[in-house]
Structures are given as structure tokens and as C-alpha cells.
Design a binder for this molecule. Structure first.
Ligand code: HEC
Length: 168
């Protein structure tokens, strides 16, 4: 009950922010930042599965990555989920233009991508840096178009530059 109140208060604060700021709108068309959990509260457990980032990367090579938010939570509408990913090094690149897009320094879902809980994109490994951290946050939505009761999860993977065998 206490949580419910907190959630409602948050919702009111956010509605106020939405009204007072023309730029901020509902964001089924993308994620607004990486900190999903700062607004999405009180949901059931969820897990992020990141596939395709190697433990050791080859500089400049493109890796196809999939991210999935896994939760038992069923969605009541076509709004099923969303995510945002950021890479500390290397470049994120759109592969599935229908469901993903670049926004500032992260990659996130599009309106079409809001209808699924699994997304694919490319990560081009860095040529200078020795290490990259890929951070993902995702929401499995309950489909009520509100930030309450959704399942939120975060995860990160570290990838290190593979040893250059030619330089022995
Ligand atoms: C500043 C607050 C805020 C942050 C940060 C935020 N959200 Fe939301 N989110 C909202 C609000 C408000 C709504 C309801 C309005 C809407 O659907 O656009 C919402 C709705 C959603 C929905 C639809 C929910 C449903 O049940 O239908 C998804 C999916 C979603 N957000 C994903 C994300 C993801 C993924 C992140 C982080 C990468 C994120 N959000 C970060 C405030 C936030």
C-alpha cells in the first residue's frame, strides 16, 4: 500500500514534468535515459540476457548482439517492453531499423520495438581502448502505459581486447 502511494506520487510528479516540459513525452518511441529503475518501480523480477559480446574482442570487428528482457509478467496491450544500451568503448550500430534506433549516446527501442522484449543490434569493437563495458537496462511492460508494475532489470558485460598474436 505504501509502495502504491509512492508510485502514485511519482506518477503525479512525472505528469507535472511532462506538462511543464515540451520535450518530454511518453516514451514508447524510445527510452528517455538509462536509469529505468528511477521511474519504473514495484514490478515483479526480471532478468536481462545479453548475447554476442565476446569476452575478448578483435579491434574494429562488428559483433551482432541480442538483448532480451525475461520476465513472467504478461502484457495487457501491445506495449511489451523497452531497453537502452550504452557502450563505454566501441560503437553501437542499428541493425534492425524497425525496432531499434540511436538516441544520443545510446541505442534504444522504437515504437515497433516497444512491442517485443528482444532486440538485435551491432557493436563495433574499439580500436584504441583495451576494454569495453556494455551496459543494458530493460523493462518488461505490463502494458498499462504507466511506469508502475513493470519489471525492470539491468546488466553489464565487460569485453577485453584480444592479445595481438602478430606482436610477439
Ligand atoms: C523519467 C522517468 C522514466 C524513466 C527514466 C524511464 N521511464 Fe519508462 N515510462 C515512464 C512513464 C511516465 C511511462 C508511462 C507513459 C508511457 O507509456 O510513455 C513509461 C512507460 C514505459 C513503458 C510502457 C509501460 C507499459 O506498461 O505499457 C516501457 C516499455 C518503458 N517505459 C520502458 C522504459 C525503459 C526501458 C527505460 C530505461 C532504459 C525507461 N522506461 C525509463 C517514465 C520513465
Amino acid at each position: 500500500m505504501k509502495n502504491m502511494l509512492l508510485c502514485l506520487t511519482l506518477l503525479l510528479v512525472m505528469l507535472f514534468l511532462l506538462v511543464s516540459n515540451d520535450d518530454a513525452q511518453g516514451h514508447r518511441n524510445s527510452a528517455m535515459n538509462l536509469e529505468c529503475a528511477s521511474c519504473h518501480l514495484e514490478g515483479p523480477p526480471a532478468k536481462i540476457i545479453i548475447k554476442g559480446i565476446p569476452a575478448k574482442f578483435q579491434p574494429g570487428k562488428a559483433y551482432q548482439v541480442t538483448v532480451e528482457v525475461v520476465a513472467k509478467l504478461k502484457s495487457l496491450s501491445e506495449s511489451k517492453g523497452g531497453f537502452a544500451v550504452q557502450a563505454s568503448a566501441g560503437t553501437l550500430k542499428v541493425k534492425d531499423e524497425k525496432r531499434t534506433q540511436i538516441l544520443g549516446d545510446y541505442l534504444t527501442h522504437t515504437p515497433e520495438g516497444n512491442k517485443v522484449r528482444k532486440w538485435t543490434f551491432l557493436w563495433i569493437a574499439p580500436t584504441v581502448e583495451e576494454e569495453a563495458i556494455i551496459t543494458v537496462m530493460g523493462v518488461a511492460a505490463n502494458g498499462d502505459y504507466a511506469p508502475c508494475g513493470d519489471a525492470v532489470a539491468a546488466d553489464a558485460v565487460v569485453s577485453k581486447k584480444a592479445m595481438d598474436k602478430s606482436k610477439k
